[in-house]
Ligand binder design. Structure first.
Ligand SMILES: [Zn+2]
Length: 284
């Protein structure tokens, strides 16, 4: 059936049985290519669920090593992986979970010089980095390449998720035109984060990625999902494209990538303090 082996039909049976997935959808997932930018708190659950679902090629981009303080939230890594590269550690877990998945490692830091070349290889980009310059770089690269960007961010007990897709609502820069000034947002080391919070947001990112690949449901475009774990509430903010956006607006000024625009690439929590952004934004 659709070129699936008997093992694959069994492995994915609970997914194949879904009317909007079927053997055809499963085949589509097995042929899909997804890039995880970051294999940390967001990338861990996202990569695990995408691998389990049978996404055929997972690219893992991360230049960090596994630290003991990562393990309370970065569940793709093991205690035995301490000190080693996160990409290799995540790849081991993914291969053990699902041998159907081809894992491609991008151990180098993604920069303005290599971003387009790397992103071009993938259908969907899942953004789970821990710094604003990377988030802006990934946004601009996705707009230029017209690739969907599945965004996530966390801070303490809060999180945000959205899908930015060229031609279908705003990009990240439309909502947050400028990165916060260096030092304005504390690092997770300083501010803390409840381990399960990136688990929730990363799992939402995996869900949205699967929906995009399968072309089912309504994507999380044109709205920012805001999660408050302490209240256990989800709020949606309506977001519109900014016609003067420097990258996706009517007269774009960002026509090529630069590393210069996003400030220092220090690891921080990645939630903009004002979830509504300077453009405003009305709760739905
Ligand atoms: Zn934009």
């Amino acid at each position: 059936m659709f070129g699936l082996t008997e093992d694959q039909i069994r492995r994915y049976s609970r997914q194949i049985i879904l009317p909007s997935v079927g053997g055809r959808g499963q085949r589509r997932l097995l042929q899909a290519r997804v890039l995880m930018v970051g294999t940390g708190g967001l990338g861990s659950p996202a990569a695990l669920y995408l691998a389990a679902a049978g996404v055929g090629t997972l690219g893992l981009a991360d230049s960090d090593d596994v630290d003991l303080s990562n393990l309370h939230r970065q569940v793709v890594h093991r205690t035995s992986d301490l000190g080693g590269p996160k990409t290799a550690s995540a790849a081991r877990t993914i291969r053990a979970l699902n041998p159907d998945v081809t894992v491609t490692l991008h151990q180098e830091r993604i920069t303005a010089d290599n971003a387009l070349e790397i992103l071009e290889l993938y259908d969907v980009i899942v953004e789970g980095s821990d710094n604003f310059p990377t988030k802006y770089l990934m946004n601009d690269a996705c707009v230029l390449l017209k690739k969907p960007l599945v965004f996530g961010a966390v801070y303490q007990f809060e999180g945000q998720a959205a899908v930015f897709r060229a031609g279908d609502g705003p990009c990240y820069r439309c909502i947050f035109p400028d990165p916060p000034p260096p030092g304005a947002v504390p690092s997770c080391q300083e501010a803390g984060v409840l381990g399960a919070v990136p688990g929730v947001i990363g799992t939402i990112q995996a869900t949205e990625t699967l929906k995009l690949l399968l072309d089912v449901g309504t994507p999380l475009t044109r709205r920012l999902l805001v999660f408050d774990a302490l209240e256990m509430s989800f709020l949606e903010l309506e977001m519109e494209q900014n016609p003067t956006c420097p990258v996706c607006g009517q007269h774009p000024t960002i026509l090529a990538l630069t590393d210069g625009g996003g400030g220092e690439r220090e690891a921080t929590c990645t939630l903009h303090a004002d979830a509504r952004g300077p453009n405003g934004g009305e709760p739905l």
